[in-house]
Ligand binder design. Structure first.
Ligand code: MN
Length: 372
């Protein structure tokens, strides 16, 4: 197989920084969408890709083991550095070899295959809403607009060990594989994605058009796409034409991202507002904010923001539940409880609490990680 590559990443139209990263190091390709306060998101996505790349270069292990090792690297950094504690990332990696693509995947970035006029998702989203769709709690169309559609059930770097999905798909001449972050399919329907994939012969132009479409639809998140075209040919890894993406064979391209301003920085902004004496505006802002946190060891709903600039408490407890906070924090999804899980409204906060209750009820006694 000869592979032709198109690649593009974009900050989008809303975010302050790009926490997505990508790796194009033929025959290895990957997309990672980082998350976490401070610079955590970009650190996590870059570190994950750097790790699989260097392990791939050493050539000793399988792709899945490389991703597991990337998990350990991100987790270790997160434990060691307070500034990025709790960070994590998605990772969808593709290794093209021997006429097939091998995928390793954690999180909610996606791999698609366009073949003979049909677009098929090759990966499974590790999200709360996907789990709810599978158990029949909500429909797919409800999932698309669900307020917690971004909540991950599995991510890389947030626990000591992670389960990695793997799949191998034999490639055929004319196949087009798309790796992308949720900034694409969160904004653009699969029909639109397919239409763009089918309209453009050149993979780099496809990549550029996908980014444009996501931005035109609002661009509320960072967008990253890698387009891989499979052609019959002898050279597996070396015959790569990256279009005008300026990639040479064997060259590693890892996008360095701009700084990210995250929620806790809102605390600093609030402090400035406070100093300026705009107390009324501040109060109005704070009163519209909600989050789920911990009060007296129990899960609680707060009004305000989890910050205390200049000693001013900018939050108050609205409701204390009966749910034990330590038990809830033990679930990966809710590890951030002590820092506060933000909600769009009081109803949203109540829904998060209900989800915590449901998840705790369904949780089995904790088992020890058995993977070495
Ligand atoms: Mn994203």
């Amino acid at each position: 197989m000869r592979i032709e590559v198109g690649v593009a990443t974009d900050i989008g139209r809303v975010r302050e920084g790009n926490e997505d990263s990508y790796l194009v190091d033929p025959p290895l390709y990957a997309v990672a969408d980082g998350m976490g306060g401070h610079r955590g998101g970009e650190v996590a996505s870059e570190l994950a890709l750097e790790t699989i790349e260097s392990l791939f270069r050493e050539g000793a292990t399988t792709l899945v083991e490389q991703v597991r090792e990337a998990n350990r690297a991100v987790f270790a950094r997160s434990q060691a550095d307070r500034a990025v504690s709790g960070m994590g990332t998605t990772l969808t990696a593709a290794h093209v070899e021997g006429g097939a693509v091998r995928l390793a995947h954690v999180g909610d970035s996606r791999a698609y295959l366009l073949r003979s006029g049909a677009l098929r998702q090759l990966t499974d989203d590790h999200t709360l809403v996907n789990r709810m769709v599978k158990t029949g709690e909500i429909t797919e169309s409800e999932a698309e607009v669900h307020p917690h559609r971004n909540v991950l059930t599995r991510s890389l770097g947030t626990e000591a060990e992670v389960h990695v999905d793997e799949e191998q798909v034999p490639l055929m001449d004319g196949d087009r594989v798309l790796l992308c972050s949720d900034g694409l399919f969160g904004m653009v329907t699969e029909d639109q994605i397919q239409a763009i994939l089918e309209a453009e012969p050149a993979p780099q132009r496809v990549a550029d058009r996908l980014i444009k479409a996501a931005n035109r639809a609002g661009g509320v998140d960072n967008i990253t796409v890698i387009v891989l075209d499979a052609h019959d040919g002898v050279d597996d890894a070396t015959a790569v034409d990256a279009g005008d993406a300026d990639l040479t064979p064997g060259e590693r391209v890892l996008r360095e991202n701009a700084p990210t301003i995250r929620r806790w920085i809102a605390g600093a902004v609030v402090a400035v507002v406070l100093l300026a004496g705009s107390l009324v505006a501040l109060r109005a802002y704070v009163d519209r904010q909600w989050y789920v946190g911990v009060a007296d060891g129990k899960v609680a709903i707060y009004q305000g923001i989890p910050a205390t600039p200049l000693g001013y408490e900018l939050h108050s407890v609205a409701e204390v539940t009966e749910i034990d906070a330590t038990a809830a924090q033990a679930l990966t999804l809710y590890a951030a409880l002590p820092e506060g899980i933000s909600a769009n409204s009081r109803d949203d906060a109540t829904a998060i609490v209900a989800q915590i209750r449901t998840d705790l009820a369904s949780v089995k006694p904790p088992k020890k990680a058995s993977t070495p």
